[in-house]
Design a protein around this ligand. Structure first.
Ligand code: XMP
Length: 513
């Protein structure tokens, strides 16, 4: 909740839409939360939101079982904005008409403002908006004015400003809608009377208070993985309770070059956090001996991690609290907002639930971009705050075949070159992930100087993505590819060929294993 208790609730009729809307609302510095569409009028009243936004969702309100809203919510005296499916629901539930006209709209559409409109404000007479609907609102309910239309759709915006109920058929939350943010802000500031007070500085202050209230004078443990979430969570808890925090960093030996040093330097050197650096590479490599099956690798690494972590944590008998870098999307996706699933999704760092700790989850209301902003404000280095995602099992699932020290060294050296060159080209933040893969089961013939070689290839993988669910291979400039190829072959012993993976997801996955 924001400092002044103000919240806008986004009713979820389709998770991807709801999350994007919630993020846009927060970008306007108004705190928002996502609630399920089964929420009742009573529950809404109890939350006292400043406004409600109904998200887009399934194609048609006519499909049997199409999700509905408790109709008493319309009488709850809370300003309401329906978007796409949400707008159709408003029309249908309040007595208007929604019909399958056969004139759906997909993509960029010109919106014409036809009447003076509170929600559209000073939008120009026509502007481009993004549409994605099959059914159309063919008649607005009684009491509603129709204030905009498109070539195909007579009712593109409807509003009853007396009751503060609004519906827009287009998606104001997507970047393709020219003045989308402006429309959302009209709703937030002019209709709901919100103030733009949700800032990361306020978030830091209020989470510090919450952390102190939760843990009192007790000892707190935090597992650091090298990734942004655990780093920001640790830095935040450290700012709140100082040396009550002990961090545990399990170095699995499957990390990228310089990663372990970066974590220890940052947390020990810069933040003066008590940090236990468990150098467990030998143990992991031994446990992985002769294993080439990807899922077995994951399982072994996961189990070894838990064992090492438990052994380390048991040295701190007085510790009652464990910090987890759970984020808001983890909670939404686990389907319930009050019982956060431990972040174990095929992830090293997932800990068994029978460990006797109470969880401290200071990031559980934040989206990833907000976590990065908090990280920056807390003074974490750029390399950690903007680090690309990295799988928990690390380099083990990027070596195709069995894991040996030598192979890890080869891959680590090639991967470091990829990161360095991608950074140098200014592409690191733009790419979702960029890394090297070592297919250690493959040898190919090459020639270097006068000698014939028989060595491994390195595959370069670089993808763009928003959420890792889908991804496209990145069109890296030829000059960058050329530098990568020549540097990797010249500088990494045992490699005589470089290939670039041009597979999108689907059908490929991002990782090779
Ligand atoms: P895929 O390869 O399934 O990956 O397209 C999607 C995203 O998940 C990451 N990934 C993992 N992360 N443990 C993790 O913590 C894993 O075992 C794992 N496997 C894949 C991958 O890097 C990408 O960001």
């Amino acid at each position: 909740m924001s400092e002044d208790g103000q919240v806008v609730l986004v009713v979820d009729f389709g998770a991807q839409y709801a999350q994007l809307i919630a993020r846009r609302v927060r970008e306007a510095r108004v705190y928002s939360e996502i609630v399920p569409h089964t929420i009742t009028a009573e529950e809404i009243r109890a939350r006292r939101p400043a406004g409600l936004i109904l998200s887009g969702g399934p194609k048609s309100v006519h499909v049997p079982g199409a999700p509905q809203l408790d109709p008493h919510i319309y009488d709850a005296d809370v300003p309401l904005l329906g978007i796409c499916y949400g707008a159709q629901l408003v029309a249908q539930q309040l007595g208007g008409e929604v019909s399958p006209t056969g004139k759906g709209e997909y993509g960029r559409t010109s919106l014409a403002v036809t009447n003076s409109s509170r929600i559209l404000g000073d939008l120009p007479p026509t502007s481009n908006v993004w549409m994605s609907h099959f059914d159309s609102i063919t008649a607005a309910p009684e009491g509603f004015a129709v204030t905009a239309s498109t070539a195909e759709v007579p009712v593109a915006v409807l509003e009853d400003s007396g009751r503060a109920i609004y519906g827009v058929q287009f998606h104001p939350e997507v970047a393709h809608t020219e003045r989308g943010q402006q429309v959302l802000e009209r709703f937030l500031f002019d209709v709901c009377g919100c103030r733009p007070t949700w800032t990361m500085t306020n978030v830091i202050d209020s989470s510090m208070e919450a952390i102190r209230a939760q843990v009192g004078k007790e000892r707190v443990i935090c597992g650091l993985s090298g990734g942004v979430d655990s780093a920001v969570a640790a830095a935040l808890v450290h700012r709140a309770v100082g040396d009550q925090l002990t961090c545990v960093f399990v170095d699995t030996g499957m990390m990228r070059e310089g990663e372990a040093e970066q974590v220890t330097e940052t947390f020990r050197g810069q933040f003066h956090v008590e940090l236990v650096h468990v150098k467990a590479a030998d143990r992991f490599i031994e446990a992985l001996n002769d294993i080439d099956d990807p899922e077995r690798k994951r399982k072994i690494i996961g189990e070894t991690f838990i064992r090492v972590f438990e052994e380390t944590a048991s040295q701190f008998e007085d510790a009652r609290f464990l910090v987890q870098g759970t984020l808001y999307p983890d909670i939404i996706e686990s389907g319930t907002s009050d019982a956060a699933k431990i972040k174990s999704h095929h992830n090293v760092g997932g800990l068994p639930e029978d460990m006797n700790f109470e969880l401290v989850e200071p990031l559980r209301n934040l989206f990833k971009d907000e976590v990065r902003t908090v990280g920056e404000e807390l003074g974490l280095p750029e390399e950690i705050v903007w680090r690309q995602p990295f799988p928990g099992p690390g380099l083990a699932v990027r070596i195709i075949g069995t894991i040996t020290r030598e192979r890890l060294e080869t891959l680590r050296a090639a991967d470091a070159i990829v990161t360095e060159e991608i950074r140098r080209a200014g592409l690191y933040r733009e790419l979702w992930q960029s890394f090297a893969i070592l297919p250690a089961t493959v040898h190919s013939v090459g020639v270097m100087g006068d000698e014939r070689t028989y060595a491994h290839p390195i595959i370069i993988r670089a993808v763009t993505s928003d959420d890792a669910m889908t991804a496209d291979w990145a069109r890296l400039p030829y000059e960058v590819l050329e530098r990568l190829s020549s540097r990797i072959i010249n500088e990494v012993p045992g490699v005589n060929r470089v290939a670039f993976d041009i597979t999108s997801k689907p059908p490929g996955t991002i990782e090779w294993e």
